[in-house]
Design a protein around this ligand. Structure first.
Ligand SMILES: [Ca+2]
Ligand SMILES: [Ca+2]
Length: 464
């Protein structure tokens, strides 16, 4: 193999170590709605607009309308023609979350006095969807219970949204019309629950492949309670392990689909991630054969990635040398002539991720084949792992964005980490959309790490 100039050959990414946590993240916002079914018995958590003279109440019944959920529902009445009486709540939703609820519209009016009501999902002032809409013209005779209509909306992007329900008179101030709202539910995808689903799905095909069994074990280890604050958040300390386990699991499954044997044989390496395990901070020089790629400081727990680019056919040089102060610390054969695997140790470095290429003959050995059903299950599992990783990253980033640094001196660092996290999220999405799922997971892990660092910056108290 020719030695290309270093910019073309590899990119080196350095991830700094995660320091010890300074504050529990249990205090941070958890996605959800306040008083979504009005069971507090009042409008706590909701914003009301009755500037047009309308009325909003929490009631136990209205004529023969009874709650769709629990003991209370919200009841709205419009007054000034064209001026909507509105009830709203703003909340955070991750991509894939669903919001649903019940609404009814009823009236004492008749045409052409076409009073009307709506339930909308908004992003700022923009209406994303009108999930319920009825007017005098639409009202039919029928049982009260049948007039409750269920509505639902799924968010395709994470963000802060507003649910708004409104009712207004039309043409005159007479012949009132009413809107009922109840049983609003925001179903946020819970990463921890999603992961259990992945295990269940893969479990059915565990007997078909060692790699599937290995992936399941990795996911199980990532679910250990001590690594999680709740179903949405990883502990600031140790959370990184969850993402590593997940990555290992995804890598096993990706290799399985590629048909790469699980005996350590391969046709080359396209990416290797190493973690420094030494206790003493050092400067490390990374060489491919005798070409210096880069030098940088590392301390215990730092990881760095050496990744082949398209220009080299996506394949790394067969040998990576790690040197410090002129002393060779490790020499890693990335040619696959010898078995190479995740968790292999090379001096003070441990392989934490590896993307292998198919052996030269390119044929999947018979013993590495799986059934079509298992193939589909594995494909879905990988996509789900990417989704879970993105969700964890996204939630952490969202939590970080909500903070203001306690120490103004840290504002710049805080913003810098947020910006880095956002950049990594964009890169991850790009790779995900290109179906480079292993790479996408890499970027999502970095999002989580930068967001976590931002949280730490924000929660450090000023030195007194
Ligand atoms: Ca209720
Ligand atoms: Ca009216």
């Amino acid at each position: 193999m020719k030695v290309f100039k270093q910019a073309n050959l590899v990119r080196i990414v350095i991830l700094a170590a995660m320091a010890v946590l300074v504050c529990p993240n249990a205090i941070l916002a958890k996605p959800g709605l306040d008083n979504p079914s009005f069971e507090i018995g009042d409008l706590s958590g909701w914003n009301k607009d009755i500037l047009g003279g309308g009325v909003i109440r929490v009631v136990t019944n209205f004529y023969s309308y009874v709650p769709k959920d629990g003991a209370y529902f919200a009841w709205l009445l419009g007054y000034t023609p064209g001026s909507y009486t509105t009830l709203s709540q703003t909340f955070y939703a991750s991509a894939g979350s669903t919001i649903s609820g019940w609404a009814f519209f009823d009236t004492w009016d008749y045409m052409p006095f076409n009073d009307n009501a709506y339930v909308q999902i908004k992003s700022g002032v923009n209406v994303l969807a009108t999930v319920f809409s009825k007017s005098v013209f639409d009202v039919e005779e029928g049982a009260y219970d049948e007039k409750w209509t269920e509505w639902t909306y799924t968010f395709t992007e994470e963000g802060t949204y507003t649910l708004e329900a409104g009712v207004a008179n039309y043409l005159d101030y007479a012949g009132f019309s009413f809107l009922g709202i109840d049983g609003v539910v925001l179903t946020v995808q819970e990463p921890k629950v999603l992961k259990q689903d992945i295990i269940d799905q893969l479990g059915m095909y565990a007997h078909e492949s060692k790699r599937i069994r290995k992936a399941i074990r990795e996911i199980e280890k990532s679910l250990e309670d001590k690594l999680w604050t709740d179903n949405f958040h990883l502990k600031l300390k140790g959370g990184k392990k969850v993402l590593d386990r997940e990555r290992h699991a995804a890598r096993e499954l990706i290799h399985l689909l590629k048909g790469i044997p699980d005996d350590g044989k391969c046709g080359g390496i396209s990416l290797i991630e190493l973690e420094y395990t030494g206790s003493k901070p050092i400067d490390v020089d990374v060489y491919l054969k005798n070409v210096l790629l880069g030098s940088f400081p590392v301390e215990e727990g730092d990881t760095f990635v050496v990744e082949a680019t398209e220009e080299t056919g996506g394949k790394l040089h067969p040998e990576i040398k790690l040197v410090s102060d002129g002393i060779e610390l490790a020499n890693i054969h990335t040619s696959c002539s010898k078995p190479i695997n995740i968790d292999d140790e090379h001096g003070d470095f441990i392989i934490v991720d590896l993307d292998k290429l198919l052996p030269k003959n390119g044929k999947k050995g018979k013993k590495h084949q799986i059934s079509d059903e298992a193939q589909v299950a594995v494909e879905i599992a990988i996509e789900q792992l990417v989704k879970v990783d993105r969700l964890l990253a996204e939630i952490q980033l969202n939590d970080a964005r909500l903070l203001d640094p306690a120490d103004s001196v840290r504002q710049d660092k805080f913003e810098h980490e947020i910006a880095k996290a956002e950049k990594e999220l964009a890169k991850g999405d790009e790779d995900r959309d290109d179906y480079k799922l292993g790479k996408a997971i890499h970027h999502y892990k970095k999002v989580w790490e930068h967001a976590t660092r931002a949280i730490k910056e924000a929660t450090k108290l000023p030195k007194s």
